[in-house]
Design a protein around this ligand. Structure first.
Ligand code: NAP
Length: 469
């Protein structure tokens, strides 16, 4: 009996959303599938490797589950392939039966205030990418020994004494925590050597975190918030007056358990006497930045007290103050970007869709699907991407069942296309060689692993053991 012709699906993006889509396809038995999970980076796992803070190893260990999916029969990893450069989206669509866009949110939201682009003002996604050792922020040309890495961020980190973090989400917590942790605490992570060296030289004593609304409106998860209060030699400074709740805040904490728990944690901190610790995190609520101060480099931030206006939106009260800072990290959210050839709604920063079916030219595309942050926006925890991917794959399989999505017999076409262009993807064994190289490098310093931050290092590790890549 001949094998049934498989449905060939290309998933663009090997982060959690893309790999969860591959998992949902691989685990079903209604339709035989082949799934190519494509990523522009030499390594898989997206924000699990390059977004989750290095000191959150329990969350980062999700990569083991994701790696198992990449090793499932019918699933293959295609690393170091950039759609839009190596292949256009149309060429990819012509070589497979369906495409799932899972390329995440590659940019950041702007504050839209004066001084935002001064030297020393950095978007959190870039700062996070730096401390996670992302090759985009660690260009190969900087790989020259002690001076390696993104010198701009490294220099800021080593010279700043006071930092402002704008936003009260989990990324803001990650950034604040990394800025106050000691070199010894950070050495327990898998941070790249050059990142660790910069952070070991930092002199930051004060981190000011700004929430433009009150403590009832934070985007923190309580576990991550509590973690701040457990750091040794750290005072958390906040004003008891900020913790008095107005009617709208009371309504929020009455309905939202996370908000209520967060307020309780903040209240407990407000009641703690300061200890004279060597580092402080200042939590400012009802405060927004109105100007980043400085002529070339950041010297501080102008702040304005806020309140909720009659229409329910945040408004300034006109009450201004200043806080000195040499580093400003704008942690106000990620933003999806357009991929050439893919429908994109600039007003939302997402690919337009219904239940994961991409909308193109006013109707459903016959072969395009979307999942993850580029589908729903940059929200939720990693597990949220699993249910999101399941919804998308359910739509895809229903379309096969209904005959809307057709199986063309395109198995092997993607490989032919890449081979014809002299392009070799990095596969799962190549990732395993990189993985082994990072573990081996870590062992030379008594660490569990050390991230290779530069593309040339990753490619060299992928090639070890005589691999042809
Ligand atoms: P986020 O959760 O959306 O938080 C963004 C914060 O920025 C909010 O406090 C928001 O305040 C504020 N903000 C937005 N625009 C602003 C402006 N113009 N001026 C001042 N403040 C502004 O985004 P995120 O922290 O980047 O996190 C992204 C997602 O990843 C979230 O779902 C998060 O939970 C998840 N994540 C989870 C972890 C973890 O450890 N579990 C770690 C990192 C990230 P408003 O509410 O007033 O808009």
């Amino acid at each position: 009996m001949t094998e049934p012709t498989p449905l060939v699906v290309a998933v663009i993006g090997a982060g959690p959303s893309g790999i969860y889509a591959a998992e949902a396809l691989a685990l079903q038995s209604a339709v035989p599938v082949e799934v190519a999970v494509i990523d522009r980076l030499p390594v898989p796992f997206g924000l699990v490797r390059y977004g989750v803070a290095p000191d959150h190893e329990a969350i980062r260990s999700i990569r083991h589950t994701l790696e198992r999916t990449l090793g499932e029969p019918g699933v293959a990893f295609y690393g170091d392939i950039t759609i839009g450069r190596d292949l256009t989206v149309d060429e990819l669509r012509a070589s497979v039966d369906a495409v799932v866009y899972a390329y995440g949110a590659g940019s950041d939201k702007r504050l839209g205030i004066e001084g935002e682009d001064l030297l020393g003002s950095v978007a959190a996604p870039e700062f996070v990418a730096w401390y996670c050792g992302h090759p985009d922020v660690h260009p190969d040309e900087h790989l020259d020994g002690a001076d390696a890495g993104d010198r701009r961020i490294a220099e800021l980190v080593t010279s700043a004494r006071s930092a402002v973090v704008v936003g009260v989400g989990n990324v803001a917590l990650d950034v604040a925590r990394v800025l106050v942790k000691t070199a010894d605490e950070l050495a327990e992570t898998d941070m790249a050597d050059e990142v660790l060296a910069s952070l070991a030289g930092k002199q930051v004593t004060d981190v000011h975190v700004l929430g433009r609304r009150g403590p009832a409106y934070t985007a923190f998860t309580t576990k991550e918030l509590r973690e701040l209060g457990q750091l040794p030699d750290l005072d958390i400074v906040l004003s008891a007056a900020d913790l008095e709740l107005d009617a709208s805040s009371l309504a929020v904490v009455g309905q939202d358990k996370v908000a209520a728990r967060n307020v309780a944690v903040l209240r407990a901190w407000a009641g703690r006497p300061l200890t004279g610790a060597s580092r402080r995190i200042h939590l400012h609520f009802w405060t927004r930045p109105t100007r980043v101060l400085g002529s070339v480099a950041v010297t501080g931030v102008e702040l304005e007290r806020t309140t909720i206006g009659p229409d329910g939106f945040v408004v300034g009260t006109g009450e201004l103050s200043e806080v000195p800072a040499e580093l400003v990290v704008r942690s106000v959210g990620y933003r999806g970007v357009a991929l050439p050839g893919v429908p994109y709604d600039a007003s939302t920063g997402r690919v337009p869709h219904a239940e994961g079916r991409v909308i193109r030219d006013g109707g459903f595309s016959v072969d395009e699907y979307v999942t993850g942050w580029i589908k729903r926006g940059p929200t939720g925890v990693i597990g949220t991407n699993r249910s999101d991917a399941v919804e998308t794959v359910r739509s895809l399989l229903a379309d096969v069942d209904a005959g809307r999505l057709r199986v063309h017999g395109r198995s092997g076409r993607l490989d032919e296309m890449l081979t014809g262009r002299g392009i070799t993807a990095l596969d799962l064994p190549a990732w395993r060689r990189i993985d082994a190289a990072e573990v081996a490098l870590g062992a030379t310093h008594g660490r569990l692993r050390t991230t290779l931050a530069h593309r040339v290092e990753l490619l060299a590790a992928a090639r070890e053991s005589g691999s042809p890549v």
